[in-house]
Design a protein around this ligand. Structure first.
Ligand SMILES: [Zn+2]
Length: 566
């Protein structure tokens, strides 16, 4: 079964061009006029109008001699930018969080009941309501994990919701996944008796395993919800790491002309690709690791992990964590997936690299990042130097001596600036002042010759929500402050970057990361017509104002996919 499934998915990826041609046949011209258009092109940074033919930009100008077009949109002086390209999202999780239940900020009966009511109204009868991660912000005061950890005492009870959920089985979990709560309908299905519905340990684990898999319709509804959110926030491409079965959903939507955000898909585990190869599939991207597929759904990298995360002290550092002297023996942190077996991990990376596959590896701690740079040296030696655009995912803490190793190698720092505003509150306590100098060091990375590719990591973890809204990312990169404007000068302010560089990292930087810099990331003749219009002039306002800014239009491939005139 598994093999058949892979066959259909792989075929789907390589047959997309057929579907595309049918959908976009009529040649149409579309003029955006009277705008303040920031092009991202240093040789021609500002324009007043842009002419689109079908899905491409064919001309831009800075005068008032507007060319004629079938359709005209007056921007009324508003700021237009290239469409945002989010280099790191988990689209399936985001969709399920938007359509399902989000309990991150819930820690009392009233808000719990309210969220359950809202969710039952969204979901058809019979749909399961699962996860939710209740109590995360109560325990951690949103985004914090340091000394202000509170005692967790609120617990849901099925009696609160049994009457509200006669048609929806519910099995929600606490943010740390140590407890779950099931309603009457779910308990019935699971064959468990419990007065309050609280499940723990093996009973919870087995209950979670018994929750039926989502239907195609549910996944489709989740994808639509997530796509609408992207369009609302000016994101015209997402680089997605969802389970492989989601590709079928994207294809289904594309065939119905409803894929309103471009998807660059990457399996989230190295093992998935190797399973495919072991099953006899030849994955061939040709000489360069540019993406397979087409402009709407492309497929180009594989992602793996070399270490864990700092929150759980599983990120790999050279020196112990600053705040766990008792647990010093743990400091090296965990190895994820293949990297637990280093020789095998290296062998697989080398094999994938020689097959023209672009590598994308999660690395948080300074030693983890360093080891990946060593591996990159090995790849140069074994497979020869080439433009491989090795993607360091998170590139979170870099050792001072390693910055010089980035020069001239087209290494991509796939970073999420909003993490700074969230993590800064506890990071210094965890790894100490000195190491923080190399944390989210966007400016130093950029000066070292690294290509920044910004993204959000939407929807975040079971402890924090990371919004898809790229304006939050721009704010974080430019100010290095929390959303409340602290600290006043910014956290390690020498690492702030200017607005234009931040927008570039979120548009052309992300396009460069997928070898698509000739197609996306600028408003320029020949590029795809992915353009967004903001209701606030980012270049003329204080960063705090960007947090409340909204998009008036999102144009993807010459089509308006979102419109709101506020
Ligand atoms: Zn992620």
């Amino acid at each position: 079964m598994k093999r058949l499934f892979l066959i259909s998915t792989v075929c789907a990826l390589f047959c997309l061009s057929c579907a595309k041609e049918n959908s976009f046949v009529d040649s149409e011209t579309f003029l955006l006029k009277n705008g303040k258009i920031w092009t991202g092109d240093d040789s021609n940074p500002w324009a007043k109008w842009v002419l689109i033919e079908d899905d491409k930009i064919v001309d831009i100008g800075n005068d008032s001699n507007y060319p004629s077009a079938n359709k005209v949109l007056d921007l009324e002086g508003r700021l237009a930018l290239p469409g945002f390209n989010d280099s790191h999202v988990h689209f399936a999780s985001a969709g399920s969080l938007l359509l399902g239940i989000n309990l991150l900020d819930v820690n009392d009966d009233e808000s719990f009941v309210k969220k359950v009511k809202e969710t039952t109204a969204r979901l058809p009868e019979g749909s399961w309501i699962t996860r939710g991660d209740w109590g995360a912000y109560e325990a951690w005061s949103m985004g914090s994990e340091g000394d202000n950890r509170n005692a967790q005492d609120w617990q849901p009870n099925r009696k609160l919701i049994d009457e509200l959920t006669p048609d929806h089985p519910v099995l929600v979990t606490k943010y740390d996944r140590t407890e779950g709560m099931a309603n009457a309908l779910a308990l019935d299905y699971l064959g468990i008796e419990s007065k309050d519905g609280i499940l723990k340990g093996d009973i919870l684990a087995s209950a979670l395993r018994q929750v039926p898999e989502s239907s195609f319709e549910r996944k489709l509804a989740e994808a639509k919800r997530a796509l609408a959110e992207c369009a609302k926030w000016g994101v015209t491409t997402v680089q997605d790491m969802s389970p492989l079965d989601r590709v079928d959903i994207y294809r289904y939507l594309l065939e119905r002309d409803s894929l309103i955000t471009r998807i660059n898909y990457s399996p989230s585990r190295l093992s998935e690709i190797f399973n495919m190869m072991e099953d006899g599939w030849v994955i061939d991207w040709g000489e360069n690791p540019s993406p397979a597929g087409d402009d709407y759904i492309s497929f180009g990298t594989i992602k793996s992990h070399i270490d864990g995360i700092m929150g759980g002290r599983t990120a790999r550092f050279y020196q112990p964590y600053a705040d766990n002297s008792i647990e010093n023996f743990m400091w090296r942190g965990g190895w994820r997936e293949f990297s637990k077996n280093m020789p095998l991990f290296k062998q697989l990376l080398t094999q994938a690299d020689s097959g023209g596959i672009q590598l994308r590896v999660h690395a948080i701690g300074d030693e983890a990042n360093s080891i990946l740079l060593d591996i990159l040296d090995t790849l140069d030696q074994v497979n020869g130097p080439k433009d491989r655009r090795f993607r360091l995912v998170h590139a979170q803490v870099i050792a001072p001596q390693d910055f010089e190793r980035f020069a001239g190698r087209n290494i991509i720092a796939e970073v999420q600036p909003y993490h700074v505003t969230d993590d800064m509150r506890w990071m210094e306590e965890r790894i100490g002042y000195e190491r923080c100098k190399g944390a989210y060091a966007f400016k130093t990375l950029q000066e070292a010759g690294c290509q920044l590719a910004f993204g959000s990591d939407w929807p975040g973890t079971n402890a924090s929500y990371y919004p898809i809204n790229p304006l939050y990312g721009l704010y974080a990169a430019v100010t290095r402050q929390t959303v409340n404007g602290m600290p006043e000068e910014g956290w390690f302010p020498e690492q702030r970057i200017d607005l234009a560089s931040a927008i570039k990292a979120y548009t052309q930087g992300s396009a460069f990361a997928t070898f698509e810099e000739d197609e996306k990331g600028m408003i320029k003749e020949g590029m795809l017509a992915d353009i967004v219009v903001v209701n606030t002039d980012l270049f003329e306002t204080e960063p705090a104002a960007w947090l409340n800014a909204e998009f008036n239009y999102t144009i993807m491939g010459g089509k308006i996919v979102y419109e709101s005139l506020n």
